[in-house]
Design a protein around this ligand. Structure first.
Ligand code: ATP
Ligand code: MG
Ligand code: MG
Ligand code: MG
Length: 475
């Protein structure tokens, strides 16, 4: 059986053999785009190359890009622990053509890698195409030989959170085009319908690979002008394809996650390896460690606030398992993470001490109030007949350091949810507090970390609050 490490290198080697330059992953903090919260796809580091604003010495590239989808436009934080396939941090394997090859080569190579190199059963694979993209249909059907019933035409997303959307665009104007996505059918024993069906959000048909064909330049009036040199941008989740290749259903069952889950079980003394809390801890240690490696530290705003919220969610799971120890818990997951990812990411090994100390400091601060905060929450819930209001939400954050998304997560476990009115009231109270702080000449925010730790990091600037949307500073 292939390990995740072997699968990553198989991918890069395959595309190297097709003339692609192997390009290292870029930072999770996008260097070329201060409006983007985190690098959330392989194409981010090539954005200017696609736009023609930057030239490289190659026209074909391949990478394994570290990505975070938490906060911001793509926010999968609330999916973690609930689906078999979503992480906050994941690696996106990609191949890119900058005005070089196009649809036919991309599709044929994707199929060659999946079915010839990796020998996946052809009858378990499906493809979606954009509903008007007859060219892609012909390639799938005539060249690859995929039967028409396994080529599904998909339109535009109508705003449903999970609905497939097979048209990609970088922004309201600029490069855009149709996608074709490859799905793997994990079998009828798992709930969920095929892409495009009403129950497509199950875990039976799992999207493994998205191939985007940038072929138009959208004008301000909405018209699509063909690009002189169309481009290809693809992304495949390493953990998802590893699950398929390791003959398991859930990403959490792959070698890499099993190692982390076993480590979390040992640290917390948990015997049930399927416990959701272990999965969440295994997921969150990756996001938190790599964010710190890339220069983010816990704080009350922007990127640092997203990191803080993920760390606190992880620590709450240690608490839930009754496993918070006086010299910290979460930081102990860094060593097992290095076991499985240190070879591919030497920067993780180099910055180990920094990561451990940052996690320790954040846990030490939060652990002081967490228990009391949880008791206060129970009190509020008992008082309010199972629900809480905005003032209470504000108190939980302000006094006990429990952000609203953490409270929402706890309520979800109890089968209920945070009332939107409470969230609105919370926002109002937060804004009042910020104004008071401004009037007093104080910064709301800052960090409780030792100065020498902070000095080791490059500051990161994030200006894109308008991109945070729901799930960023809100729940
Ligand atoms: P999904 O519909 O399953 O949420 P997506 O359509 O949002 O996935 P893309 O933006 O097309 O994903 O990203 C390309 C690939 O990256 C996906 O096909 C998938 O393999 C992988 N991927 C996307 N989001 C995640 C995630 N949160 N965790 C792990 N892998 C992911
Ligand atoms: Mg998604
Ligand atoms: Mg999708
Ligand atoms: Mg997709």
């Amino acid at each position: 059986m292939k390990t995740t490490t072997e699968i990553r290198s198989d991918f890069l080697e395959f595309f190297r053999s097709k003339g692609h330059a192997v390009v290292p992953s870029s930072s999770l903090v996008p260097g070329n785009d201060p409006t983007l919260l985190f690098t959330n796809a392989g194409m981010v580091q090539f954005k200017d190359v696609f736009l023609g604003a930057e030239k490289r010495s190659y026209t074909r590239a391949t990478s394994s890009q570290r990505c975070v989808r938490a906060g911001g436009k793509h926010n999968d934080l609330d999916q973690v622990g609930y689906t078999a396939r979503h992480h906050t941090f994941f690696e996106m394997l990609g191949n890119f053509s900058f005005g070089d090859y196009f649809k036919k080569d991309a599709i044929v190579w994707a199929w060659e890698l999946l079915t010839e190199v990796w020998k996946l059963p052809k009858d378990k694979l499906l493809a979606t195409i954009y509903h008007t993209d007859d060219e892609a249909f012909e390639i799938w059907n005539k060249i690859v030989g995929l039967p028409p019933e396994r080529i599904i035409r998909i339109g535009d997303n109508k705003g449903a959170p999970f609905a497939s959307d097979n048209f990609w665009q970088m922004a309201d104007t600029g490069p855009c085009g149709p996608c074709t996505e490859i799905f793997y059918d994990h079998g009828a024993h798992i709930a969920g319908g095929p892409p495009g069906s009403p129950d497509e959000d199950g875990d039976r048909y799992i999207e493994i690979w998205n191939n985007v064909f940038m072929q138009f330049d959208r004008q301000a009036d909405g018209t699509l002008v063909p690009l002189p040199a169309p481009c290809v941008d693809t992304g495949m989740g390493l953990e998802r394809v590893s699950a398929v290749l390791q003959h398991v259903h859930s990403n959490y069952e792959i070698d890499l996650f099993q190692h982390l889950i076993k480590a979390a079980a040992a640290i917390t003394g948990t015997t049930d390896l399927e416990h959701k809390s272990l999965r969440v801890i295994a997921d969150h240690i990756r996001a938190c460690s790599f964010l710190i490696v890339d220069g983010v530290l816990p704080s009350n705003e922007g990127r640092g606030y997203v990191l803080r919220r993920i760390i606190r969610r992880a620590i709450r799971h240690f608490w839930k398992l009754g496993a918070l120890s006086s010299d910290g818990s979460f930081w102990r997951m860094v060593a097992p993470l290095i076991d499985v990812m240190g070879e591919a990411y030497p920067e993780l090994v180099q910055k180990r001490e920094l990561v451990e100390r940052a996690l320790k400091a954040e846990e030490a601060a939060f652990a002081q109030t967490l228990d009391a905060g949880m008791q206060r929450l129970e009190g509020y819930l008992a008082q309010g007949g199972g629900t809480i209001d905005g003032e209470q939400l504000f108190q939980l954050h302000d006094t006990y350091g429990c952000p609203p998304d953490l409270i929402a997560d706890i309520l979800r476990e109890k089968g209920t949810e945070l009332p939107p009115t409470a969230m609105a009231e919370y926002e109002r109270l937060m804004e009042q507090q910020r104004e008071r702080a401004r009037a007093a000449g104080k910064f709301a925010g800052g960090t409780a970390l030792p100065a020498d730790l902070i000095a080791q990091l490059k500051p990161t600037e994030f200006v894109g609050y308008e991109h945070l949307e729901a799930g960023g500073l809100e729940v």
